[in-house]
Design a protein around this ligand. Structure first.
Ligand code: MG
Length: 384
């Protein structure tokens, strides 16, 4: 906390927001007792929220900002996908067993007896899977449309994860498809839940490319930021079609992060992620409910701020680069509307543009991409 405050010290509005959020965060702090103990004494709903607070504290805080009738569906949706991802990430699980589980995971929502023991590389994840009947019973209390959305997304994601546990992300099309499975589908599912709640209109086009783009933009940002961490965990998400143009092994960039090739590849990855911005802006422009707007817009603003920081930044290739927590706090505490979101995006694009000087690897291409994004956003906002 102290270090976080220090980093935001020249931005008093962020310091204020951080302190406010600290108070709010304490209200939703994860229960002190282990999840295992809580599972023995909490009812289904209380267990689900306790599990959410344990597996993702930040999401547990953000979910509290949603309209009341969306909290339960989004909480269950998150836990089901977390459980599915736990199966995908468990490297001890034999492949044939894993594939079977991934492909049938959506059916388990209809089976109150289903649970797994000893699966998961984190204790809270293992407890979640061991107590999965609590999630299934909570799922049963949701309305029909929300249930249908959750089952459908889980089925598609499970199938996609199974496909990709047997192949590498090689082409740019593979990269977009993988990100669609693990994140685009989350965007599509959330849109489905927003529409099911009656708070958003069907025109949100919840099967469409705009919901998908919301997930892709966030996922690609994380994949670029986590290059170093993933490399050492033996995971590769950067598409070969891109990085092979600059190196013979992906870890060459970590060995020479300041080389022209390493930066060209990094900048090209960021430029590719920027491509989704016009669709994200269109999506946000369609959201009617103020609370849903905040819930969907904040991660996007954090992503553009992160990309601006990652661009042409060799430190990404040899460690962790993070965005100030103060910005997140400021966004969560103070009002955010479409104009402000546009301004944050414009600021991020300007910061990237400033880094595209003569001689910046891939800089000329990035500048072109930014110009085309600006003209697309302009064209679309005129339509709205
Ligand atoms: Mg995973």
């Amino acid at each position: 906390m102290l270090l976080t405050l220090y980093k935001s010290a020249l931005r008093p509005i962020e310091v204020k927001a951080l302190l406010k959020l600290k108070i709010r965060g304490n209200r939703y702090a994860p229960p002190g007792e282990p999840l295992e103990t809580l599972a023995g004494k909490l009812d289904d709903k209380a267990f689900c929220y306790a599990a959410l607070a344990k597996v993702s504290r930040s999401f547990a805080v953000v979910i509290q900002q949603l309209p009341e009738k969306l909290k339960d569906p989004v909480c269950v949706f998150y836990l089901v996908l977390r459980a599915l991802d736990t199966v995908e990430d468990d490297m001890q699980l034999p492949l044939d067993k894993k594939l079977l589980l991934l492909e049938s995971f959506h059916e388990k929502l209809e089976d109150e007896k289903f649970f797994l023991e000893g699966v998961g590389d984190h204790n809270d994840y293992r407890v979640l899977l061991k107590n999965y009947p609590k999630v299934t019973r909570m799922f049963k209390t949701l309305d029909k449309n929300s249930r249908r959305t959750i089952i459908q997304i889980t089925a598609e994601m499970g199938k996609g994860m199974a496909d990709f546990s047997q192949k590498e992300i090689e082409t740019l099309a593979d990269f977009d498809l993988y990100c669609h499975y693990v994140a685009g589908l989350v965007g599509i599912g959330l849109s489905g839940l927003f529409v099911a709640s009656g708070l958003e209109k069907l025109s949100l086009n919840h099967r469409g490319r705009r919901s998908n783009a919301m997930g892709l933009f966030l996922q690609k940002t994380n994949i670029i930021r986590d290059y170093h961490e993933d490399l050492y965990a033996d995971r590769t998400f950067w598409p070969g079609e891109i990085w092979r143009q600059y190196a013979s092994n992906l870890d060459d960039f970590a060995k020479a992060p300041e080389s022209e090739n390493a930066l060209a590849c990094l900048n090209r990855m960021v430029t590719d992620a920027l491509r989704h911005i016009p669709d994200c802006m269109d999506y946000l422009g369609q959201i009617q409910d103020e609370k849903i707007f905040r819930f969907t817009a904040i991660p996007q603003v954090m992503a553009i701020a992160t990309l601006a920081k990652l661009y042409n930044n060799h430190r990404v290739l040899r460690g962790v680069v993070k965005v100030r927590k103060g910005l997140a706090a400021r966004l969560m505490v103070y009002n955010v509307d479409l104009n402000k979101v546009h301004a944050y995006f414009e600021k991020g694009l300007r910061q990237i543009e400033k880094k595209c000087k003569n001689g910046t690897p891939y800089g000329a291409e990035t500048k072109k991409q930014i110009a085309s994004i600006r003209s697309e956003i302009k064209k679309h906002s005129r339509k709205i």
